[in-house]
Design a protein around this ligand. Sequence first.
Ligand code: GSH
Length: 208
Amino acid sequence: MALTLFYAPGACSGVTINAIQELGLECDFKRINLASGEQKSPEYLQINPFGKVPALVIEGKLLTENPAILLYLNSLVPGSKLLPETEDEYQKCVYASDLMWFSSTVHPSVRHVCMPAYYTVSKDVCDVVASGRNMLTSHFEKAEKRLKASNWWYGEQWSIVDVYLHWCYTRALRGGFSLDDFPALLAHQKRVESKPSFQRRLAIEQSQ
Ligand SMILES: N[C@@H](CCC(=O)N[C@@H](CS)C(=O)NCC(=O)O)C(=O)O
């Protein structure tokens, strides 16, 4: 099956690359330059009218939104390597819910801190950053509590949800958000980064 992933280094598409690496899938990786606005170029909008990364093209068909892409990728490999295996429909929906929480709640809060201008027409972005920090504190407190009780989001088993969480807090760190009050997250960061699939993802993001 021909897969093409449109990604940008440092963007949430890193979670998608990590998933592809964990699953061992063949994929053509195409880099998009967000800083120059390539995601809004007529050429890219032809491929993905939403003008964002990640975008996965499967045999010519477009799939967007990270949770949907991750669940789709997981379905390609028997034995659901990205999430703890289950036949239980409720548990499958819990996985979807967790992925959506990161993409539609935590990620926008990260953007408030790192890209506040997206959220105001005013030149003064201080309020947006402050509100982003408050939201992130509340989200990360929930994650911290969970990771104090176990190594990974789902107990003793790594999952792609850990990689999504890792992307959110490391992106926030790069945007100046301190993780000093979140020691369990900092310990989790080391565990996530020690996985070979994470290292292969970094190599892809840093290549070209
Ligand atoms: N809801 C989307 C969010 C994707 C998203 O915001 N991607 C960012 C990179 S982390 C992007 O493409 N930003 C470019 C832009 O908004 O112009 C998803 O979960 O896939």
